[in-house]
Design a protein around this ligand. Structure first.
Ligand code: UDP
Length: 310
């Protein structure tokens, strides 16, 4: 089996490459390093089953030789990143998904789209099942990511229905773990880095908004299972244990032993107030559920950041 992973140098893309290689796949990793980091793939440089191609997937994608799978993970994914790169975010979700689908079709390869819980926007249904259509502001600052991913899902289903392409759509909820960038801007990496540096933990708003945090190994396990034996309908993957942002800050302080204070900062525009995946579909069709508790996952992530934050 030979698979292409776009966004291979990113947080999730690089873990996915590791996991596919461990399962005996030959892997082609592709990235343009817009938000990816070459260091995430440095350990694979000498692997005979791994090949890296520097390429922006919004342009025609050329890969020599056969492919059995295309897993499309390229995109800025942190709110801070997609505010900084709004047009690239729209392009990679639309043009990039089209190119990746075209490549899949040409190679008769199975396609998996990394979609997102952001397709549900600021949800009016809680928790969010796949049947919920969402509450997205198309013209708000987050619209560039949300609408790009919604378009990407529509495009994927069009290739599935019209070209009979074998496709998967995973809606990924908040995920954390080693290889998040220290300045990624997302809440888990921000809080851990702030705690380790003795800086104030920046809670946006009053911290009563909720998220459900999944450890990266659990998520990658679910993605590979979905890719190998799932169906074309969108499938939520995430950890349904839901916490407030303030609770997360308190747990990070306790686990790091930091004396940093917690400070409040303005809530970003259109910041979803709640988020929790309904994972019944993944449980029933794949027998998958997350296993790593928030504390265990945070301990492993803190260990990683201790190694890179001076
Ligand atoms: N957040 C926060 N402090 C930070 C970064 C984020 O309180 O330093 C909040 C943010 O407003 C949101 C939640 O944490 O309510 C999760 O934010 P993140 O950027 O990780 O991802 P999102 O779930 O919003 O896509």
């Amino acid at each position: 089996m030979r698979a292409l992973v776009t966004g291979a140098a990113g947080f999730l893309g690089s873990h996915l490459c590791d996991r596919l290689l461990a399962q005996g796949y030959r892997v082609v990793g592709m990235d343009n390093y817009l938000t990816g980091n070459a260091a995430n793939l440095a350990h694979l440089r000498s692997s005979p089953n791994f090949q890296f191609l520097l390429h922006d997937v919004t342009n025609f994608i050329e890969v020599q030789g056969p492919l059995d799978g295309v897993l499309h993970f390229a995109s800025p994914a942190s709110p801070v990143d997609y505010l900084e790169f709004p047009i690239q975010t729209l392009k990679v979700g639309s043009l990039g998904t089209h190119k990746a689908l075209g490549l899949s079709k040409a190679k008769t390869a199975r396609f998996l789209l990394a979609s997102t819980s952001e397709v549900y926007g600021d949800p009016l249904v809680h928790p969010q099942p796949e049947s919920y259509w969402g509450n997205v502001n198309p013209v708000g600052p987050r619209g560039v990511y949300d609408e790009a991913k919604r378009f990407a899902e529509a495009m994927t289903m069009a290739y599935h229905r019209y070209h009979k392409l074998d496709t998967r759509i995973v809606r990924i909820f908040n995920t954390y773990g080693p290889r998040m960038r220290p300045r990624d801007g997302r809440v888990v990496s921000n809080f851990i880095v702030q705690a380790l540096k003795g800086e104030p933990l920046t809670v946006y708003g009053d911290g009563s908004q909720t998220r459900s945090f999944c450890y990266v190994d659990d998520l990658i396990e679910g993605i590979v299972q979905l890719f190998e034996r799932g169906g074309p309908e969108p499938t939520n993957l995430g950890n349904p244990q839901e916490f407030t942002v303030r609770h997360l800050a308190e747990v990070v302080l306790r686990l790091t032993g930091s004396r940093s204070p917690i400070v409040e900062r303005p809530l970003p525009t259109d910041d979803p107030k709640v988020r929790q995946p309904d994972i019944r579909r993944a449980c029933e069709t794949l027998g998958w559920e997350p296993r790593v508790s928030l504390e265990d996952g945070l301990r492993r992530t803190i260990e990683y950041f201790r190694g890179i934050v001076g």
